[in-house]
Design a protein around this ligand. Structure first.
Ligand code: NAD
Length: 451
């Protein structure tokens, strides 16, 4: 690579872009770079995913195989497990998982392992971007020292005097804002926040992303970029907790919280609706806030809103199970032995992702309390063993009228659009609705319990 590569190089065409981690974030990102005419190579430690990608097969519901095939055939997209090929790349984007460990503390082992796998192949003039959600400081404190152990340097420098600081490689952070299943905003329409370890790194990353998104928002540092993603998710987490708590109060007061939210949402300023549900799910909202509360401890700072929101949201599946028990009790039935059908295991509607889904917690609690459990989810015909739950081998029950009628209680946990809610209510004896999915149904209201 040329020693004097400028940030503007990344405005160029047909760049070689490496994507490390071809999951929910990395795969669509890689395909978007390919769509923009760059030559993309996906790196993943999972050989099955790599094989599938090279055969043009998708393993993510909302990404059609035809799209992958198009770019594989056009030689704009491929995948590999051979990390030595990182040396061929102009830019490398890291999209590996950042979960919590057993003690609910940040597990940065994937990011660290990735930095170590780049290190032996790092080239002068390469741009490395971390996209995985993480606490402020990760890029500078974890990734940078590993990359600099090559002898190549990327100095931390900010402000006008550092505009043209000399740097051997470029390093930046740019948070991913993917919202799987969102038909209104795709990757290309969502503005991308970018912060560099130094100004040339920031400019290099801005130049790269400007080729694939409508708007790039530069910030002054990787820390600001890292924190902006956490602010977005903490904002959601806290507001969902607020509305979940108010739902509990409204239920006790005999008020329909969804009616209240719809009314409040007519205010044209200063209010944004959030909706209650059975608890938080997905890879981001239940996980990311704890990255900040963990880091805050280093600064003797307690993030009380995060902790309180976590407490309320974590209690929601327990509340749902209480509500199911109480609804059965009103019909002179016990939860123990009750035939219970849970609808929707995905963490939100219309996605094939069940990571951190509150439905799984509800199913676990129902089992522990002696209910006979079944589920339906069009996205999951069968359940596999998971990190925290084991429903291995359980199969999705068909939603026929006779099947529905055979259950004491049907629980709407995730409100997939494909469900025929009037037919479900018609055929069921009792429907516990955690999402207000039955809001438009006028008949058989006495069968429905909102919770
Ligand atoms: N899924 C979302 O909607 C979403 C949205 C915004 C941000 N994020 C963030 O993006 C990051 C990635 O999330 P995701 O949902 O794409 O995860 P994912 O589990 O779908 O994908 C991660 C991929 O990385 C691979 N991988 C794991 N370790 C690796 C390694 N050492 N080297 C190469 N590949 C490796 C896995 O095999 C997998 O294919 C996380 O930090 C997450 O918080 C996710």
């Amino acid at each position: 690579m040329p020693i004097d590569r400028k940030p503007e190089f990344f405005k160029g065409s047909q760049l070689k872009v490496g994507i490390i981690g071809c999951g929910y974030v990395g795969l669509p990102l890689g395909l978007r770079f390919a769509e923009a005419g760059h030559r993309v190579l996906g790196f993943d430690t999972d050989p099955r995913k790599v094989e599938k990608l090279n055969q043009g097969q998708s393993y993510i519901g909302h990404i059609p195989s035809t799209k992958i095939q198009q770019y594989v055939r056009g030689k704009l997209f491929g995948a590999t497990t051979d990390f030595a090929r990182l040396a061929e790349m102009d830019a490398v984007v890291i999209c590996v998982p950042t979960p919590l460990d057993q003690r609910r503390e940040p597990d940065l082992s994937y990011v660290e392992q990735t930095a170590r796998s780049i290190q032996p192949h790092l080239q002068r003039g390469q741009l490395i971007v971390l996209e995985s959600t993480t606490y402020p400081g990760t890029t500078e404190e974890l990734a940078l020292p590993i990359l600099e152990s090559t002898g190549l340097h990327c100095p931390i420098a900010h402000g006008p005097d550092a505009e043209h600081v000399a740097t051997d490689f470029f390093l930046a952070f740019s948070p991913e804002r993917e919202d799987p299943g969102n038909k209104q905003y795709g990757l290309a329409q969502i503005p991308k926040v970018v912060g560099g370890v130094n100004p040339p790194s920031g400019r290099a990353a801005v130049a790269l992303y400007a080729q694939i998104v409508a708007r790039v928002v530069p910030v002054s540092s990787t820390r600001a970029a890292e924190m902006s993603k956490l602010l977005e998710n903490i904002f959601r987490c806290v507001n969902i907790a607020l509305v979940n708590e108010l739902k509990l109060l409204a239920t006790r007061m005999g008020i329909d919280i969804w009616e209240v939210i719809d009314a409040a949402a007519t205010k044209p300023f200063g209010f944004m609706p959030f909706y209650p549900g059975p608890g938080l799910g997905g890879h981001c909202i239940p996980v990311d806030p704890y990255y900040l509360s963990w880091k805050a401890r280093e600064f003797d700072f307690a993030t009380r809103f995060i902790e309180l929101a976590g407490e309320i949201n974590t209690a929601m599946p327990y509340h749902v199970v209480e509500a199911i028990g109480s609804a059965l009790n009103d019909r002179q039935k016990a939860l123990r032995g009750a035939r219970t059908l849970v609808l929707g295991v995905a963490y939100k509607k219309d996605v094939d992702d069940l990571r951190e889904s509150p439905t799984l917690k509800i199913m676990q609690l129902l089992t522990q309390r002696g209910a006979h459990l079944a589920y339906n989810d069009p996205y999951f015909p069968e359940l596999q063993k998971m990190r925290h739950y084991n429903f291995e081998g359980m199969k999705s029950v068909e939603l026929t009228p006779s099947n529905l009628a055979s259950f004491d209680c049907v629980v709407i946990a995730t409100d997939h659009s494909s469900y025929d809610y009037p037919a479900i209510v018609e055929a069921s004896h009792l429907v516990v609705d955690t999402r207000n999915a039955t809001r438009r149904i006028a008949r058989h209201r006495s069968k429905i319990v909102l919770c």
